[in-house]
Ligand binder design. Structure first.
Ligand code: GTP
Ligand code: MG
Length: 395
């Protein structure tokens, strides 16, 4: 019974307060007459996690709005540039799609940089040289981007980070941008990503792009196909047979620099320079019509870095005056198209389940002379094309 009584009292109280509340709200907010003291509103805490909301917004922006990236890149925003390069490097089809949109929109703003490829045997001093040349160019008022092609899986992330510490001064400069190589993959894939990164760097206002090859063999060809000037860095005394540098690579070079010309190494460096000059005379004339120059420098002690740059610069002037530079870039574009098609066809062909099943048997037949190579190839090609339509790699 007692509890019933309590409930009635409570209800009476509640009704009384409710009527006061109604009166109060109809009193046109006249607080002086209000029997209830009105406190200032207390802000409600956020119901949603702002960090998560921002992340979602960024994600949807990332996936939908290439404009966000393009605007940022054209303003020279390095953070946005880095994010866009990460999309280029991503294997996710949605990321690839937006990356291609970004590149297409940036294309009209590319082509304004001098593109220099740098190659040389391991330990020739490429990273040290890039640090010295980069600092020299920054001091001359340039904006310098440094990229690398490294398709080899042997090189760990650690040594790429090592490169960054070797470029300590350069990486601290606001007008420099150093991007280590895209993670290991096929050379074709890594080269494409580096080339696309190069284009975005140009759109972001970098007027000199240095591309270091840190692989061996084929990566030189990949770099050669994306630069205006291909520089071969050599050292003296590392063997008579031109340090295992293949003749083909020397032939590709637009200029050769003998590095580490310092201390008691200067004489040897000069001797190596003379040998190189002689060797170059034996090569057929370069397609550019410009004879490759040879010089020496010390990257460690910053000796003759300006001389090396003059060599690059005078080549660029001659090649653009003759129209060769434009022709070379146009050809490079077409080469990229062809190489990309070849890579796609090849990976789709050899990756196809029917081919993977059939190939070992036909290879064995060919090996044992039971079938001609052409017949086996045609059999496989027929199998492939009769079982496939075009597969968009971005789908
Ligand atoms: N004396 C002297 N040593 C140099 C010079 N340039 C580079 N070195 C040294 O040579 C070594 C190799 O230099 P790196 O710049 O790492 O050579 P790299 O070609 O980038 O080497 P990888 O990235 O391994 O292919 C380092 O110990 C440098 O300090 C130079 O001009 N003179
Ligand atoms: Mg290096």
């Amino acid at each position: 019974m007692g509890s019933c009584y309590q409930v009635t009292i409570l209800n009476q109280h509640r009704n009384f307060y409710l009527s006061l509340l109604v009166r109060h709200t109809t009193m046109e907010q006249d607080q002086t007459n209000s029997p209830i003291k009105v406190n200032n509103g207390v802000e409600q805490p956020e119901q949603l996690n702002p960090a998560a909301i921002k992340k979602l917004r960024d994600m949807s922006r990332g996936l939908n709005d290439s404009r966000y990236y393009v605007d940022g890149i054209l303003k020279g925003d390095m953070v946005i540039l880095s994010k866009a390069i990460t999309l280029i490097e991503s294997a996710l089809p949605t990321h690839q799609k937006i990356a291609q949109d970004i590149i297409t929109a940036c294309l009209p703003h590319t082509g304004n940089a001098i593109r220099v490829g740098i190659t040389g045997v391991p330990g020739a001093g490429k990273s040290t040289f890039i640090e010295a040349l980069g600092m020299y160019l920054i001091n001359k008022g340039h904006k310098v981007a440094v990229l690398a092609i490294d398709p080899s899986s042997q090189r760990s992330k650690g040594s790429i980070l090592g490169d960054k510490t070797r470029m300590e001064q350069l990486s601290a400069q606001p007008h420099s941008y150093i991007r280590p190589s895209a993670s290991a993959g096929t050379l074709g894939g890594v080269a494409r990503k580096t080339r696309e990164t190069l284009l975005l760097c140009e759109a972001a206002g970098f007027d000199i792009v240095l591309v270091e090859t840190v692989g061996v063999g084929q990566s030189e060809i990949a770099v050669h196909q994306m630069v205006d000037f291909f520089l071969l860095l050599m050292i003296s005394g590392a063997g008579d047979e031109l340090q295992g540098i293949k003749r083909g690579i020397m032939e590709m070079a637009d200029g050769i620099v003998i590095n580490k010309a310092d201390g008691d190494n200067i004489n040897r460096a000069n001797k190596a320079m003379a040998e190189c000059k002689n060797a170059l005379h034996l090569f057929p004339p370069a397609e550019s019509g410009i004879m490759p120059e040879v010089t020496t420098c010390s990257s460690l002690h910053h000796i003759n870095i300006d001389g090396v740059w003059n060599l690059v610069d005078s080549y660029i002037i001659k090649a653009s005056d003759s129209g060769y530079l434009q022709k070379k870039r146009n050809e490079q574009n077409v080469n990229i198209l062809r190489t990309y098609i070849e890579n796609q066809l090849s990976s789709q062909f050899f990756g196809h389940e029917h081919i993977r099943k059939k190939l070992p048997e036909l290879e064995a037949n060919v090996r044992n002379n039971e079938m001609s190579a052409y017949a086996a190839a045609n059999d496989l090609l027929y199998t492939f094309f009769s079982n496939t339509g075009f597969v968009d790699p971005n789908e």
